[in-house]
Design a protein around this ligand. Structure first.
Ligand code: ADP
Ligand code: MG
Length: 376
């Protein structure tokens, strides 16, 4: 579960990390009152669970309460990378002398946590990491030892951060451990001209498996971050949005995963992962199709089903009945194999939908869907 910036801010504050005074609202009028309370000048910040808000125009300085209201009105409702801004955080502006980057992330491949630190934090950190990786230090952490002051000093030195950051680094590790987080990131961690360290932006991912021991987590932050994923979850579907153009629907996580690989192998990019499971009823098929088709990036849809316990003719019936309720606006390539495959193909053939075509192999189906998507 990813947290909103304001939730990360509150967690940091509880663990003794200095953060700017701030309040959240969904109303421009209240934004004006909050700005007045915070001293007039404020930074208005879109609360969406994605990075790069600053570059997208979702972080703006407002000179006085009237400007804060106007800016909040502009930012609320804005679309940032597919996320609609529902609330803004108004934060007291902090004078910035330098911006640092620090995070602790789970390194799944190595089975441990990594500290990442750089003296060149701020909105260009991805650029820095890509063009000058030596400016971004990566220090493995021994879980049993954790981040002691000595370890924090090692991280700070590796990243070129001033020694005063040691205290923040230790506290940030405590946030990770005590809150059961998989990721904590501060970017930027700033030093003010008077030498104070303030966490200006935070990202925290909590480990859902630990939810049972955190009563506090209950609130509005549970559930998927992406609006389409949330809509799918509400229908009981396991859907993960990706950034390609071929919509993928399959039965069984393993088959869907390999379908993603094959689509990528055909030179296209999958738009999503959607496992409809064993059932593949008309209802599930209709729900799945409508979720996949509501992503405007999808140019073609590939349905890849291997009939096992579920017979292919039942799946085909499901597709046909789904097409009664979902208006198909982009081509659908179906590959049915396994139990009752011939009967299933016959059902689809008999239906003769102009946008539906069939392929007999997984590779053939993926090639066709990739071709349709990339030439659309
Ligand atoms: P994002 O990383 O999503 O772009 P940030 O919260 O990091 O959003 O804001 C982008 C930039 O705006 C920061 O790098 C910092 O320079 C500036 N900024 C953010 N919050 C404040 C603040 N409270 N006071 C002064 N500058 C801020
Ligand atoms: Mg940031």
């Amino acid at each position: 579960m990813d947290l909103y910036e304001h939730q990360a801010r509150d967690l940091f504050e509880r663990h003794g990390i200095v953060v700017p005074a701030a309040e959240v609202t969904d109303s421009p009028r209240r934004a004006r009152e909050i700005a007045r309370r915070l001293g007039g000048r404020v930074v208005v910040k879109a609360q969406v669970k994605t990075g790069g808000r600053g570059k997208a125009g979702g972080v703006k300085l407002a000179a006085d309460p009237a400007a804060a209201e106007l800016t909040a009105r502009q930012i609320l409702g804005m679309d940032i990378k597919g996320h609609t801004v529902g609330t803004v955080m108004l934060a007291r502006p902090v004078d910035i002398d330098s911006e640092f980057y620090v995070s602790y992330v789970l390194d799944r491949a190595a089975g441990r946590f990594l500290a990442i630190a750089s003296a060149e934090g701020g909105t260009e950190i991805e650029e820095v990491a890509a063009t000058r990786p030596e400016a971004v230090a990566r220090v493995p952490i021994d879980l049993a030892e954790g981040v002691t002051s000595a370890k924090a000093a090692e991280i700070a030195a590796a990243g070129g951060l001033p020694p005063q950051t040691v205290d923040v680094l230790v506290r940030l590790w405590q946030v990770l451990v005590r809150e059961d987080a998989l990721l904590v990131e501060v970017n930027p961690l700033v030093r003010t001209p008077r030498g104070q360290l303030v966490a200006l932006d935070g990202k925290v991912t909590l480990d859902d498996n630990a939810a049972f021991r955190h009563a506090r987590w209950g609130g509005d932050s549970t559930g998927p971050t992406d609006p389409l994923e949330a809509a799918a979850a509400a229908k009981g579907l396991h859907y993960v949005r990706l950034d390609g153009e071929v919509g993928v629907i399959g039965n069984g996580a393993g088959l869907v995963m390999s379908t993603l690989d094959v689509v990528a192998g055909c030179g296209a990019r999958p738009a999503n992962f959607l496992d409809i499971g064993g059932g593949a009823s008309a209802r599930i098929m209709a729900d799945g199709l409508s979720v996949v088709l509501s992503d405007p990036a999808v140019k073609s849809v590939l349905v890849n089903v291997f009939g096992g316990i579920t017979a292919c003719d039942a799946v085909a019936e499901g597709i046909v009945r789904a097409l009664d309720t979902v208006r198909l606006t982009r081509p659908l390539v179906v590959r049915l194999d396994g139990n009752n495959a011939a009967e299933g193909r016959a059902v689809l053939d008999a239906h003769r939908h102009p946008l539906v075509e069939q392929a007999t192999t997984m590779d053939g189906a993926a090639r066709r869907a990739a071709h349709l998507a990339t030439t659309a």
